[in-house]
Design a protein around this ligand. Structure first.
Ligand code: ZN
Length: 258
């Protein structure tokens, strides 16, 4: 009887240890899976967004409400999952904001009818860099990928490439964002219509966009500066830009420009 007891205990111990061992293996295995399932820098787009309640800010400007924030975050998440460059820039922005302990991005609607002389006239959206806030000019645009992507690029341009939105810079900033927009569209969707510069008909510009979209563009600051100036001057009949395309440097060189 005594022997049987020992055998039972021994078996139970073995079973239990085996099971425990199994659990440990399972845990290790799950840990490996976790690493595969989640990026080493887990990041969700809505961690960039401040929760707001739709309240009025000033005049016809108001914050997005919770439901609108959720809808727009879904679209933002889709965008950053689709394109790793956007993911990386969003993540870098998130880290920067965390480090500075300053803010999250805020989003709102601006239904103001701006005067033709105002830079916001006729726009679908804009980034107010002082308030660090993206405004959509109509409620329907919170679900527009085109507008959100464009405004996000302005955020990265101002916050990561430290471009200053001044009266002088405004036109060049817009142009730089449209170039990068063309590159990202090309990366996300393959060979699509290019927006700027007569699009696909302008071989030099189209080739530049396609090459940059492949991601193996040999980064040469001087050449890039020259290309930017040439493209811009052709578009705006000989106006020489008084502007450093820092966001292009950052975007194509994959580094922060101070
Ligand atoms: Zn713009």
């Amino acid at each position: 009887m005594k022997n049987i007891k020992y055998v039972i205990i021994a078996c139970f111990t073995c079973l239990w240890c085996g099971c425990y061992q199994g659990m440990l293996f399972e845990d290790t295995f799950l840990d490996d899976e976790d690493i595969m399932l989640y990026d080493e820098k887990p990041f969700k787009f809505d961690t960039l967004c401040e929760k707001t309640n739709g309240a009025t800010i000033l005049g016809k400007r108001r914050y997005l409400d919770k439901r609108e924030i959720a809808l727009m975050s879904m679209l933002g998440q889709e965008l950053i999952v689709k394109e790793s460059v956007l993911y990386n820039m969003s993540y870098n922005l998130f880290i920067k904001l965390e480090k500075q302990g300053l803010f999250k991005l805020r989003f709102g609607i601006d239904a103001t009818d701006y005067d033709k002389t105002d830079y916001r006239w006729g726009k679908d959206g804009y980034y107010d860099s002082r308030e660090r806030m993206i405004f959509f000019c109509h409620e329907s645009l919170i679900m527009s990928e085109r507008v959100l992507l464009h405004e996000l690029l302005h955020v990265f341009q101002c916050e990561l490439a430290t471009v200053r939105p001044t009266v002088n810079n405004e036109l060049f900033m817009e142009y730089e964002v449209l170039m990068i927009y063309d590159i990202i569209q090309q990366r996300m969707r393959g060979d699509v219509r290019i927006h700027l510069e007569g699009g696909n008909d302008n071989k030099v510009y189209a080739d530049f966009i396609r090459e940059a979209a492949l991601g193996n563009y040999t980064f040469n600051k001087e050449l890039l500066r020259k290309l930017f100036n040439d493209f811009f001057m052709k578009k705006y009949s000989g106006v020489k830009p008084n502007y450093e395309p820092s966001f292009l440097f950052y975007f194509l060189g994959g580094r922060v420009v101070n």
